[in-house]
Design a protein around this ligand. Structure first.
Ligand code: GDP
Length: 356
């Protein structure tokens, strides 16, 4: 599964956030095949559509899509020179598909800040600089090697061009994600700053109410997503029963828990979407990549579904709810029969037909 690596300076609240994520972890009983790893938090993607489907179909259980977060130990200034956690740390980041940087905004005098003062802008720059330096080092080794290989016709010249273009951008002090440049073959270079970023600003009550400050930080990290949450509050929230949690959120003037927001933004940042299946046994969300076709989507349920794919009966969630049942949706002409070229839309409720 695709994963999001959590990084940040020491003492910004990463462990607090990660512990909250693992407390929210999908019940292992629901996912008998899921192994629980100590540094991975697999959290449910909140999807109210599943509850509606479960009611409509009388489903025994609900299986939401999930998002996986990996706790990567704290980055320290100088990490790219082996001063901090060095290579193991960088290797962990390389394995992640997106990066979530936790940044401190809360002003608690009892919690020491590594650089002496709370300054989210500096924190963001410190981490960006370390990752840029590490990518430059990678490219300094890769470019001469690629030059040789291209001369020997053993490597694609496009790959070398991508490496050179990436190097030039990084030298200006920008991350590749920030630069917004679409470079062909970039993914093959496995650079860290080309991964999508999400910024979590760990905020206290004052910060959660300070929309001017939030707008400023949002603008600073755009086009990356910014999430403002109180990690300590979130860790208390996950200990409560759902009803109590909703009440506490409402008391706090929040519509949605920060962790739910993070799961949603994370899922989207990874380029994922879900489609739905429903029946008396379960209502379930299945995770696919945006742009996948019906047979690819069927393959997530079972590889045989993809190999033997014939067609899919697709009803969009809203149409199904409006009609009230599959039979009524069919009668209203809202059930579409789609073939192997159909590109899945978010919230499609699907039944696959296949040969075995
Ligand atoms: P890490 O080093 O980034 O993993 O940071 P921790 O999660 O260990 O947090 C460092 C300290 O800050 C701990 O004492 C936490 O209790 C505290 N802390 C974390 N999040 C918050 C927060 O939102 N508000 C306040 N006041 N303290 C926090």
């Amino acid at each position: 599964a695709l994963t999001i690596g959590i990084v940040g300076l020491p003492n910004v609240g990463k462990s607090t956030l990660f512990n909250a994520l693992t407390r929210a972890q999908v019940l292992a009983a629901n996912y008998p095949f899921a192994t629980i790893e100590p540094n991975v938090g697999v959290v449910p993607l909140p999807d109210p559509r599943l509850e509606t489907l479960a009611e409509l179909f009388g489903s025994e259980r609900i299986l939401p899509a999930t998002v996986s977060f990996v706790d990567i130990a704290g980055i320290v200034k100088g990490a790219s020179e082996g001063e901090g956690l060095g290579n193991k740390f960088l290797a962990n980041i390389r394995e992640a598909d997106a990066i979530c940087q936790v940044t401190r905004v809360f002003a608690d005098p009892d919690v020491v800040h590594v650089s002496g003062a709370v300054n989210p802008k500096d924190d963001i720059e410190i981490i960006a600089t370390e990752l840029i330096l590490a990518d430059l080092q990678t490219l300094e080794k890769a470019i001469p090697r690629l030059e040789k290989e291209v001369r020997a016709k053993k490597a694609d010249p496009g790959l070398l061009a991508a490496a050179q273009e990436a190097f030039a951008i990084l030298e200006t002090g920008q991350t590749l994600a920030q630069s917004g440049k679409k470079i062909e073959h970039l993914d093959e270079l496995q650079l860290m700053t080309s991964k999508p970023f999400i910024y979590v600003f760990n905020t206290d009550d004052a910060g959660l109410a300070d929309t001017a400050m939030q707008d400023e930080l949002r603008a600073l990290v755009a086009p990356a997503d910014a999430i403002f949450l109180d990690a300590k509050f979130e860790s208390e929230l996950v200990e409560l029963e759902p009803d109590e949690a909703r009440e506490m959120l409402a008391d706090n003037g929040q519509e949605e828990a920060g962790l739910d927001q993070l799961a949603r933004v994370g899922f989207h940042t990874l380029g994922l979407q879900s489609y739905l299946t429903a029946g008396p046994k379960e209502s379930r969300a299945w995770t696919i990549h945006r742009g996948w076709t019906a047979p690819q989507a069927a393959g997530v349920i079972h590889t045989d579904f993809q190999k033997g794919f014939i067609k899919a009966e697709v009803i969009s969630f809203d149409d199904l709810v409006a009609a009230g049942s599959v039979a009524a949706a069919r009668a209203a002409g809202k059930a579409r029969i789609e073939g192997k070229d159909y590109v899945m839309a978010d919230g499609d409720v699907v039944e696959f037909r296949f040969n075995v």
